[in-house]
Design a protein around this ligand. Structure first.
Ligand SMILES: [Zn+2]
Length: 116
């Protein structure tokens, strides 16, 4: 049986971790700035000068931040599975996850058939 080294995924996963960490930090900063902007405009807290409702923008950013954090957690979990030697093995059926599926979604814990 061909044993695929999960170590070869490490550079891509690390790059993805860094990308996600930067994304989380940027969204946190944006949300922070927006929170201050809302506080600074008590008289008209629903609209900024461009006419975009701040609350709508806040919800959008909060949603993006939430999903970025979820992705970051998946990336961390994938790195732990590499360390534990369980990366690339489906968490449901225990079969190796096809390489092509890992290329599309390097953080996946389950093969496509178990995900569906
Ligand atoms: Zn499976």
């Amino acid at each position: 049986m061909e044993r695929h080294s999960s170590q070869e995924h490490v550079p891509a996963l690390r790059a993805e971790q860094e990308r996600l960490a930067a994304r989380v930090a940027r969204l946190e900063a944006d949300l922070d700035a927006l929170t201050r902007a809302r506080r600074g405009s008590v008289d008209d807290d629903e609209h900024d000068p461009d006419g975009e409702p701040l609350s709508a923008r806040w919800s959008l950013l909060a949603g993006l931040l939430e999903s970025a954090r979820a992705d970051a957690r998946l990336a961390d979990a994938a790195m732990r599975r590499i360390e534990a030697g369980t990366y690339g093995v489906c968490a449901s059926c225990g079969q190796p996850i096809p390489e092509g599926q890992l290329e599309v979604r390097p953080f996946r814990e389950r093969c496509v058939s178990c995900t569906e």
